[in-house]
Design a protein around this ligand. Sequence first.
Ligand SMILES: Nc1ncnc2c1ncn2[C@@H]1O[C@H](COP(=O)(O)OP(=O)(O)OP(=O)(O)O)[C@@H](O)[C@H]1O
Ligand SMILES: [Mg+2]
Length: 290
Amino acid sequence: MSLYHLYKIYLYFFIGILYSKNKHLNRILQKEGMVVAKVITITNQKGGVGKTTTAAALISLLSSRGYHVLGVDLDPQGSLSFSLGLDIDHCKTIYDLFKNSASIDEVIVSTEICDIIPSNIMLSAIELEFDLPNREFLLKRHLSMVANRYDYIIIDTPPALNILTVNAYVASDGLIIPMAPEILSLLGVSQLKETIQTVQDCYNSHLVVFGLLLNKFNPRLHLNREVYEMSGQLAKQLHTKVFQTTIRTGVAVAEAPAYGESVVTYAPRSNSAKDFQHLLDEMIELISES
Ligand SMILES: Nc1ncnc2c1ncn2[C@@H]1O[C@H](COP(=O)(O)OP(=O)(O)OP(=O)(O)O)[C@@H](O)[C@H]1O
Ligand SMILES: [Mg+2]
């Protein structure tokens, strides 16, 4: 390495520390390959708890705040792709990427809001078709090719603990675990613990859980408040905390996907959209502290 390169690295390093929140500087550092995206996976093997809703909201909000965002749909249901307006039956998907029949640039779809790697039902064959050594690193390997183009990569996962979920955890810096404010949800989250631990032990020692997120929350219901308290205990077992922000139930959340939008662009004044704004503030603060 020449003296010039060393000088450049030191210069960027110190400027980076001083101005790490400055997006323009981040762009320069990204071009030099010195800053790579934070990769965040939204996960819970329990179905219908708000994984896709949360992923779509965070992607839209990050993008509206000027960040470069890549959404990755790792669910064969294709819900994230559909929710953000893609025609999932007529595009190349993450399955093509994993099969090596398309390059990452061929599968990334650019929308007005963000870039997305879509998915569809073809991905459900992965468990049978990808019986290769190191198959846990498939996603990480592909994402590393583009990680310097983005500030954030947000991954939506299926309601399962399978090789797709493990790929997401291996590629991630942190996890967000949405859950419904019900007693049975607490049981589901404790099952996640084992998978997270295995990934931390065997594949990705840097993986952290950013927090548990209570979705479909009604602060007036005693049971909801009770579950919030109980989830604090569960969070401790996962070495994390419960996000202070809870996401309130709102009809707009359920309506938004039909218009190919997330709730934060479809109904920005809704309570749920405001809650997602607070969640993002909390998340960014957490990341900047870590
Ligand atoms: N805060 C909320 N208020 C009202 N409806 C919500 C809220 N969050 C999610 N929903 C609705 O609940 C359903 C499930 O949400 P979502 O698809 O985000 O869950 P999921 O965890 O991704 O599901 P799956 O496990 O099937 O992938 C959807 O119809 C969604 O619109
Ligand atoms: Mg989903």
